[in-house]
Design a protein around this ligand. Structure first.
Ligand code: HEC
Ligand code: HEC
Ligand code: HEC
Ligand code: HEC
Ligand code: HEC
Ligand code: HEC
Length: 511
């Protein structure tokens, strides 16, 4: 018999194959690590291969070795070689045993270290933005919107998982199911929102933002252009009463509350708790709201002040209001064609001198398309045909202006609409505001009243003051005390009576 340095039972085909698989995978991992260290721009797929796929093969190899050894040992015990071997008999005076022990300890040590480094990296990898956003193509819309959001440098996991082992395990379990449903093409399109098992926002958002830090007011300047031939500009400047400590009050007479906290973030101040019941899956239809203040006093609003049916409550989702009941799109905000075209005209990416460009751009963005490539060619065709028919001189004299506008409109489509995943801004309404989706007006000014008939206020100066509006004379002087809203086109006072969303929804109905 040859002088074998390893246990007899290793010498079988299964184990040999196992060794080959494990060693080969391990060598590839080392090689990829070297590439990763020396080459700057490697792809996300490399990490997936290095830290997740190959380690699985290393483990598979090790399992094969063990299985092979077990089978071989059984065979040996049954007397294939005619002699019985004791279970374990290590004699350190025997140089063959010494060598075997040394090899075993060395290999185990290296393996354990590699496992530690590997699992840390696997952990990092599955938490990485590339893993969640780029590799998983289903997330393409979320990832695209995320990249142009104020949170583009906050990792997906910081909002979706947060700190602590419990949520980590929970998210990996549901993540495993998600990977399966993607592979099996079982996932719904668009991905449903809201995320019903999202971690409570106060545990994630408040890592970086905490209510004490909100202060005073925030100025917002929104650019608008009408759908007329001149694309008439109509900017609106608002001062949003974000809220803060009592000392920094910005004179809002309409406020129903006079406790220390005020303004929009009053909803999430330590002193209050607002519970509500939504009867639909998307939390848009609210049937019951209850406020509990710092003294424990409560106030309830129900539909038309009628006592709320227990059956309705049982069938509803009950929530305590937190950040995402308003900021539900902090990172994946699919803006409407109206907003994006307004912005592109304001930035000069679309030239305002092109007649009716606001109206036409919104119209062709908000059409039905099966695929992105179909949309891009239709947009090109729509705009060229429109100008060729209506304004042939534009096609002749301002061809490059038109080309640039077409490219910008196509760019807007690619950034905000995803026909393959059936994602549009309509499927993911933004709850901050009220002009294109119902947002604040789910409660404020809705049919919810107290038993005494008191509404949740919709007073136009409670949440903001309008500092400047329109492009008429005097529009550039700011009115610190606030203006009465004047609708850009005369709609006979409807803007104060009817919710903006009855007419506006960001698409082609009103440009
Ligand atoms: C700033 C926090 C934040 C970050 C960062 C973030 N998300 Fe989200 N995500 C949210 C919130 C909030 C929701 C919606 C919750 C709701 O309405 O229930 C959401 C919803 C989603 C949804 C469900 C569909 C939808 O749009 O409502 C997916 C899928 C998703 N996120 C994926 C990702 C991916 C992938 C990344 C990283 C590229 C990421 N998220 C980064 C906060 C975040
Ligand atoms: C890891 C830190 C971090 C986490 C977690 C985080 N944010 Fe932010 N957030 C930021 C940073 C950084 C900014 C950008 C500040 C800036 O641009 O001035 C920001 C900006 C914002 C803004 C202002 C956006 C604007 O239009 O300027 C809002 C609103 C916001 N975050 C809400 C949230 C919500 C809601 C959550 C939880 C779902 C959250 N954030 C989680 C770091 C974070
Ligand atoms: C009642 C709705 C509502 C709730 C609840 C809410 N916010 Fe806001 N928040 C707003 C509005 C409206 C603004 C101003 C508009 C904007 O910045 O988009 C704002 C602004 C902000 C800003 C930007 C502030 C600035 O001055 O630039 C941050 C950051 C923020 N919120 C984080 C949070 C966090 C974190 C929570 C949860 C603890 C939260 N908000 C809860 C409605 C809300
Ligand atoms: C789930 C219901 C609900 C939603 C959604 C909601 N609110 Fe409120 N809000 C309330 C209730 C209830 C009150 C207290 C009304 C009262 O006591 O008369 C309130 C009060 C306020 C106040 C007065 C706070 C103070 O200083 O006393 C402001 C400002 C406000 N909300 C802004 C907003 C804004 C902005 C949004 C949308 C981004 C919004 N709310 C969305 C329920 C809601
Ligand atoms: C419950 C709070 C609340 C009330 C009440 C309220 N608004 Fe607003 N409004 C907001 C918020 C929040 C925004 C900012 C939305 C955003 O971030 O884009 C806004 C934005 C606006 C804008 C700018 C829209 C744009 O796209 O430029 C106008 C105009 C406006 N509101 C008019 C009104 C009028 C008129 C009323 C009274 C009928 C009113 N608002 C009542 C919260 C409120
Ligand atoms: C009865 C229907 C109706 C209601 C209600 C209404 N609007 Fe309008 N809105 C219009 C029409 C029609 C136009 C003109 C479209 C055009 O020529 O661009 C318009 C145009 C606008 C524009 C300029 C175009 C743009 O979007 O860039 C703004 C801003 C606007 N409305 C804000 C509001 C706000 C805020 C509210 C709620 C307070 C509101 N509207 C309520 C019908 C309405």
């Amino acid at each position: 018999m040859r002088d074998r340095q390893l246990p007899e039972s290793v010498y079988n085909w299964t184990s040999v194959v196992g060794v080959a698989v494990a060693v080969a995978s391990f060598c590839i991992i080392v090689l990829l690590l070297l590439i990763d260290a020396f080459v700057d721009a490697t792809t996300a797929y490399l990490g997936l291969l290095t830290f997740i796929v190959l380690p699985i093969f290393v483990c598979l190899g090790l399992v094969l070795i063990a299985v092979g050894m077990l089978i071989e040992r059984r065979r040996l015990q049954r007397g294939a070689h005619g002699h019985f071997r004791p279970e374990l008999n290590i004699d350190l005076r025997n140089s063959r045993h010494r060598r075997a022990v040394a090899i075993f300890t060395g290999v185990t040590g290296v393996f354990l270290m590699a496992t530690a480094v590997g699992s840390y990296n696997a952990y990092q990898e599955t938490e990485s933005v590339e893993f969640c956003g780029a590799i998983c193509h289903v997330m393409h819309p979320e990832f695209t919107a995320y990249q142009s959001s104020p949170h583009a440098h906050v990792s997906c996991a910081e909002c979706h998982i947060g700190a602590g082992a419990g949520w980590y395990v929970q998210s990996k379990l549901s993540g495993a199911y998600q990977v399966y449903s993607v592979l099996a093409e079982k996932y719904p399109r668009p991905i449903p929102t809201p995320v019903h098992n999202l971690r409570p926002a106060r545990e994630t958002c408040e890592h970086c933002h905490w209510p004490d830090q909100f202060f005073g007011a925030r100025m917002m300047v929104n650019q608008h252009f009408l759908g007329d031939e001149q694309n008439t500009p109509h900017p609106i400047s608002l001062l949003l009463k974000v809220g803060g400590p009592a000392s920094s009050r910005s004179g809002s007479a309409a406020r129903p509350h006079d406790s220390g906290d005020e303004g929009i973030h009053w909803h999430v101040s330590e002193a209050n708790r607002i519970d509500y019941a939504a009867t639909d899956d998307r939390r848009l239809d609210i049937a019951w709201v209850k406020l509990t203040d710092e003294l424990g006093q409560t106030k309830e609003w129900t539909l038309d002040g009628e006592p709320v049916d227990q059956e309705v409550l049982d069938g509803s989702e009950l929530r305590t209001m937190d950040c995402i009941d308003c900021h539900n799109r902090p990172s994946h905000n699919y803006r409407s064609p109206t907003k994006l075209v307004n912005q592109a005209i304001a930035d000069g990416r679309i030239d305002r001198r092109l007649p009716f460009i606001k109206r036409e751009a919104v119209t062709c963005l908000d059409d039905e398309y099966e695929t992105t490539s179909e949309a891009l060619s239709s947009i090109d065709e729509h705009l060229r045909t429109f100008y060729a028919d209506e304004y042939p001189e534009v096609v002749e004299d301002q061809a490059s202006m038109l080309d640039a506008a077409i490219a910008s409109v196509q760019g807007i489509f690619q950034q905000s609409l995803f026909p393959e995943m059936k994602v549009t801004w309509r499927d993911y309404p933004d709850h901050v505001g009220h002009s294109e989706s119902i947002g604040c007006f789910r409660c404020h000014g809705s049919d919810l009243t107290t038993a005494a008939g008191e509404q949740i206020s919709k007073d136009c100066s409670m949440c903001h003051s309008i500092l400047a509006q329109g492009s008429g004379p005097g529009a550039d002087s700011i009115a610190p005390s606030g203006l009465v809203f004047e609708h850009p086109v005369d709609i006979y006072g409807e803007e104060l009576e009817t919710n903006c969303t009855e007419c506006h929804e960001g698409g082609a109905e009103i440009y």
